[in-house]
Every structure is written in C-alpha cells, then in structure tokens.
Ligand binder design. Structure first.
Ligand SMILES: Nc1ncnc2c1ncn2[C@@H]1O[C@H](COP(=O)(O)OP(=O)(O)OP(=O)(O)O)[C@@H](O)[C@H]1O
Ligand SMILES: [Mg+2]
Length: 496
C-alpha cells in the first residue's frame, strides 16, 4: 500500500490538479492539441546522440537513431511512416492460442485499481496483428491504433481497450528470455510499476497471459500501461514553443515523481527526456524503470548512504560526475543530476553536456560549470580520476545567466543546485520542491511519498532463464489469475 493511494490524498491531488490546470491554462494553449504534438519534427542537433549500451545485450535502437529505416523522430501518428499501413484492425487476424484454450475466465481477481478489475473481469480470446517488425498477439479487447515508440527492448503500440473504453499503451518485449539480463530488467520494471502508484509515474494496468503450454515456451512479454501522447524528447526537438512556465511545470512534475521514487528507496538511474512521457495538457509521467536500483541498507548501501556497484549504464549525457569519477559509488543524487540536465535541455533545446565519451563528458561539465576545487573533489576515491580533474583547464565558466539568457534567476539558481558537481552538495528532491522556482506549484501536503520501500530482494537469487520465465508468468498471473498456476516444464518438473 502506498500512502499516495489513500482516498484523502487522491482527493487532495485532484484539487491540486485543478489548481495546476487553472495556473497552466495559458500553457495548455501553447502545448496545443494532440495533433500538434503528433506532428513535431526532429532537431538535427540530436541526430548524433549515441547512448551507451545498456546492461543487457540488446543495442538501443530508439526511433530517433533509426532514420535509415524511415522511422520518424516524431511521435507515431497518423502521419508516421513506421509501417503504419499495417497498424489497423483490418489486418488483425483472430488466432487460436496454442495454450490450452483461447478463452479464459479471469473471474474475481484484481487489486491494482478499478481499471484493472474491469480488465480481469471477463473471459478473453486472442488475436494477432503486425506492429513494426513484430507480431502482437493480445486479448481481442485490445485493438491496434499505431506504433508509438520503440526502445532497446521492445515496441510500444497505442491500442484501444474496448472493454474499458479507453486507449492504453502496450509494450511488447519479444523473445524476452533470450538474454537473462534483459529478462531481469523486465521483471524489475514490472514489479516496480506494480509497486508505484503516483500521478507522475506510469501505471501498469494489465499483462497478457503467457501463450504457452510449457514454461520453456513463454517468449514474448506484453505490458499494458497508461497511454501518453508523446515524450519529452519529442517535445524538446519539435517546433512547439516552450515557455518558462512549461519548463517549470515539467520540472516540477518530474521532481514530484522523483520524490516518491526516492522515498521508496529506489534510484531510477535512467532519467532522460525520452523516458518522460507527456500529454498535450502537459501532464508528465516517468517511465522505463528497467535500470532502477535500490538503496535500502539491506541491498548494498553502506554507512554513508551510497552504493557500491560494479556496473552503471545510464545514458552518458545525463550521467552524474560521481559515476564517472568515483568508481561507481552513487545514490539518489545521480537522479537529481539527470533532472538538472533535462532542466537545462528544456531551456536551451539542446543537450547541455553532450559528451562524445566519458572524458569529453567531464571536460564539457567542467567548462560549463567551472572546474571543481580540490575540496569539492573529496568524494572522488580514485587518485587517477582526481589527477584527471586537476589537469582540466581552469578557465572560469561563463555565468549561467549568459549561458541561459532571459531565464529567470530563480530557475538558474535551482538548476545550479541540481548540477552541483559534489553529490552531497546537490539539492535533494524535497528541497528542490520547496525552491522558490516552484513556489506557485509546490504544496508539501500534496507531494506524496511511498508507504514502504521497494523490495529488491528478488534480485538476490541467481535468476536463470527458466526461473525468470516462472517469475514473470507469476506477475502476469497477478493481472490474469486464469493463467495460474504457472505451466509445467516440458520434462514434467514443477520445481525451477
Ligand atoms: N505508456 C506510453 N505511452 C506513450 N508512449 C510510450 C509509452 N511507453 C513508452 N512509450 C514510448 O516508447 C518509447 C520506448 O519506451 P520505453 O522507454 O519504456 O522502452 P525501452 O525499450 O525500455 O527504451 P530504452 O530504449 O530507453 O531502453 C518511449 O521513449 C516513448 O516514446
Ligand atoms: Mg526508454
């Protein structure tokens, strides 16, 4: 149970939304209609972005990298060239699942939300339709609208849910168990999304029951979530006008969501514009929790509240200096750094620290923010890294007011505090919410925290392919009890 989900809090929040809507009425006008959002165009400046390889083996292939395949940078829409012709119900074929039958009684079960209850209430059958290079096989209640995104791990479609009479997003991860690290990432994301209940975090509302007679034959994973109209990357690189009120509202919602995530002792670790989903009314929700980690003492935190981990993989441009300098010792401030980078990118409409490699990244940071003093390098444990930093040019950085001309000083003050090179001097989320830049939006009573930390202990056991298949099947069973118990193994063993 999450504190933010109580009725009284929800009540408070809807009042709050009303308040925001009033304040932001001019922004909503500027943000404009869905059509406007759908037709935004890419900026050339983003073409060169290279993401570091995530911890799994799949290579990121975001739409905006993929111009050679005709994938537009824009949100998929009726104008999208991405195999759009195939994305119609007319091409959908009704399929008989190879699973025991294609009608399932999901009867009584569901505790996620009323929407989920409605989803689980009746029997279902499956049908298939192409989506990009993949074939979706889903409950017939879900029909295909269009592809809305693709990432390193899968393809996301907008779909109409005929039973709930609303549009949803379905993310499909094909052949999810071919790589155990990838599958673990998906398991983590499902569990986190189930745990979180917050207006600024995307919510999972359904999963497709596995379509397999034996556990080994479970391959493709489908997650149904709230549908959003686009993501912040597409907004930033569109022709959409962005006022400082837009920046304020987006940044506020991001920090509000982050406060909740951090209160669950979770670090997102991959905050970047494409992982922030937005609607034309400027609502923002954080997505993509595949790289999230815990900081709970039981899960590797040391006395200073930081973690020592061997790998770190967040997209370089948003990566905090301590990750590059301090031998992978990091905690919640890494997310605040990413927020600071996104904040700056929203204003300048280009990445603030677009390093070509990690040396270049640190050089740009030092050039724009000033070389840190020796005392500000006390968090750096590696002597080699310290030597590198000391050798950087000492030219004073231009003041932020000249790097961001016309930007209000309280915005720059907050940005500077988020971009403190020293992680322990970086502003924590609670203080950021109370900063004068957010004065019009901030309400301490309406920035909920999680009731309990998220439990990452499931990651402690060695998760082999078959065990991951079992665990994710169980997660699907949470939404679709009729697919439980988990199917047997081919050799008849139930133990995995
Ligand atoms: N619920 C949603 N509503 C609308 N669009 C979405 C939704 N979920 C994802 N998208 C779009 O799909 C893209 C990829 O989604 P997501 O980040 O979850 O996938 P991923 O494969 O983990 O991506 P990455 O390449 O960052 O690892 C997002 O950047 C966004 O544009
Ligand atoms: Mg993503």
């Amino acid at each position: 149970m999450i504190s933010g989900s109580s009725e009284s809090k929800e009540q408070t929040f809807s009042n709050r939304v009303l308040k925001w809507t009033k304040k932001m009425s001019s922004m909503a006008t500027v943000c404009g209609s869905t059509d406007q959002l759908n037709n935004i165009a890419p900026s050339d400046s983003f073409e060169g972005m290279v993401e570091d390889k995530p911890e799994g083996k799949r290579v990121p292939s975001r739409g905006y990298h993929n111009t050679s395949k005709g994938m537009k940078v824009t949100k998929a829409s009726s104008n999208d060239s991405y195999d759009h012709d195939h994305h119609t119900l007319a091409t959908a074929t009704t399929a008989t699942a190879s699973f025991s039958e294609n009608e399932h009684d999901d009867g009584s079960y569901m505790d996620l939300s009323k929407r989920s209850e409605r989803r689980a209430a009746k029997p279902y059958s499956t049908h298939s339709f192409p989506a990009g290079k993949h074939t979706f096989t889903v409950d017939t209640r879900y029909s295909m609208n269009r592809v809305v995104g693709s990432g390193a791990y899968g393809v996301v479609v907008s779909s109409h849910d005929s039973r709930a009479a609303e549009d949803v997003a379905i993310k499909m991860v094909p052949k999810a168990f071919n790589d155990e690290v990838d599958a673990k990432r998906i398991l983590r994301e499902i569990k986190l999304l189930k745990h979180f209940k917050h207006d600024n975090i995307i919510q999972i509302v359904d999963m497709m029951p596995p379509n397999a007679r034996y556990l080994e034959d479970y391959h493709d994973i489908y997650m149904v979530t709230d549908l959003m109209e686009t993501d912040l990357h597409r907004i930033i690189y569109s022709k959409q006008k962005l006022s400082i009120e837009h920046v304020q509202y987006f940044a506020y919602q991001l920090v509000r969501g982050l406060k909740y995530i951090h209160s669950a002792d979770v670090i997102h670790r991959d905050l970047k514009p494409s992982n922030l989903l937005v609607n034309s009314n400027c609502d923002l929700k954080i997505c993509d929790f595949g790289l999230a980690r815990g900081i709970h003492p039981a899960h590797g935190e040391d006395a200073s509240g930081t973690m020592l981990l061997t790998e770190y993989v967040v997209t370089r441009w948003y990566r905090a200096p301590e990750i590059m300098l301090a031998c992978h010792e990091y905690s919640k401030p890494v997310d605040v750094w990413s927020v600071g980078c996104i904040f700056a990118e929203l204003i300048q409409r280009k990445p603030y620290f677009p390093g070509d490699d990690y040396i270049d990244q640190l050089t740009i940071i030092s050039k724009k923010l000033g070389k840190p003093s020796d005392s500000d390098l006390d968090f750096v444990t590696s002597e080699k890294a310290k030597r590198f930093m000391r050798k950087l040019p000492s030219d004073p950085a231009p003041p932020l007011s000249s790097q961001f001309p016309g930007t209000p000083s309280n915005a720059l003050d907050l940005m500077r505090k988020m971009l403190s090179i020293h992680p322990r001097k970086r502003i924590p989320v609670e203080d950021a919410l109370a900063h004068p830049f957010f004065a019009q939006l901030h309400s301490a009573d309406d920035e909920p925290v999680a009731e309990a930390p998220f439990d990452f202990s499931f990651e402690k056991e060695k998760l082999h392919r078959i065990r991951l298949q079992e665990l994710i099947w169980q997660e699907a069973g949470h939404f679709r009890p009729s697919c439980l118990p988990v199917a047997p193994r081919r050799d008849g063993l139930r133990e995995v």
